[in-house]
Write a protein that binds this ligand. Structure first.
Ligand SMILES: Cc1cc2nc3c(=O)[nH]c(=O)nc-3n(C[C@H](O)[C@H](O)[C@H](O)COP(=O)(O)O)c2cc1C
Length: 202
């Protein structure tokens, strides 16, 4: 890396109620704490049962929609989705199902990736969502980055935060704020991802 080289790490998330979006912003803080790395935050549109439905190319508000070129240009990926029946939400899966062109080119091979989620209940699929979000990324040849137990919050947390990635437990009414431990683990995950990305990019 030359001194002035600037790299981007992509944070790609879907969020309906805002919890995963807030986690994305915390992960961005971790990414940007690493010299020479910026966070590029993108989202995906909702999907509809009506297959004629189309979204405007640019959302009315919030983060821009992701394009495949974002995945190619960035040196790493943090992928975030709310838990939906123990798995990632359909809009994120729909986007991933459209990345076959990237897979054919091997565009994501050897880039690091991390996952994050927000879940309603403590045992309602927090970890299964993280683990299953990894599968398509591994098909793409990405190198998974988790959280090590050297992060003290991983042992201390009473809510979310796992070795598989960052997580938040929103509660049945989805009204629980992101706890101090969950926040620190989001930031730590972003930092670790960016540090790994910069090593692998050089
Ligand atoms: C269709 C649907 C399915 C859900 N499935 C689960 C689930 O399996 N387990 C769980 O604990 N929470 C589940 N939830 C709750 C969401 O995961 C939770 O509210 C999450 O924090 C939302 O994140 P967001 O605010 O970023 O949209 C579900 C919510 C919806 C709307």
């Amino acid at each position: 890396m030359t001194q002035n080289t600037k790299y981007d790490v992509l944070i790609l998330y879907y969020s309906q109620g805002g919890a995963v979006r807030e986690m994305a912003q915390l992960i961005a803080r971790g990414i940007e704490s690493v010299s020479g790395v910026s966070a590029r935050i993108r989202t995906v549109p909702k999907v509809s049962a009506n297959c004629e439905a189309t979204e405007a190319e640019i959302p009315m508000n919030g983060d821009p929609y992701v394009e495949l070129i974002d995945c190619e240009e960035c040196i790493g990926l943090a992928l975030g989705s709310p838990t939906r029946f123990g798995n990632m939400a359909a809009p994120m899966k729909y986007f991933l199902d459209g990345t076959v062109g990237l897979w054919l080119k091997g565009a994501l091979i050897n880039k690091p990736a991390a996952v994050f989620t927000s879940t309603g209940s403590m045992h309602g699929g927090n970890e299964t969502t993280l683990l299953t979000m990894m599968l398509p990324l591994m098909h793409h040849g990405m190198v998974m980055v988790g959280l090590p137990y050297s992060e003290p919050e991983l042992s201390a947390t009473q809510t979310g935060g796992t070795p598989y990635g960052a997580s938040h437990i929103g509660g049945a009414a989805d009204d629980k704020p992101i706890s101090a431990d969950e926040r620190k683990l989001c930031i730590a995950l972003g930092k670790r991802l960016a540090e790994t990305a910069i090593k692998l990019a050089n």
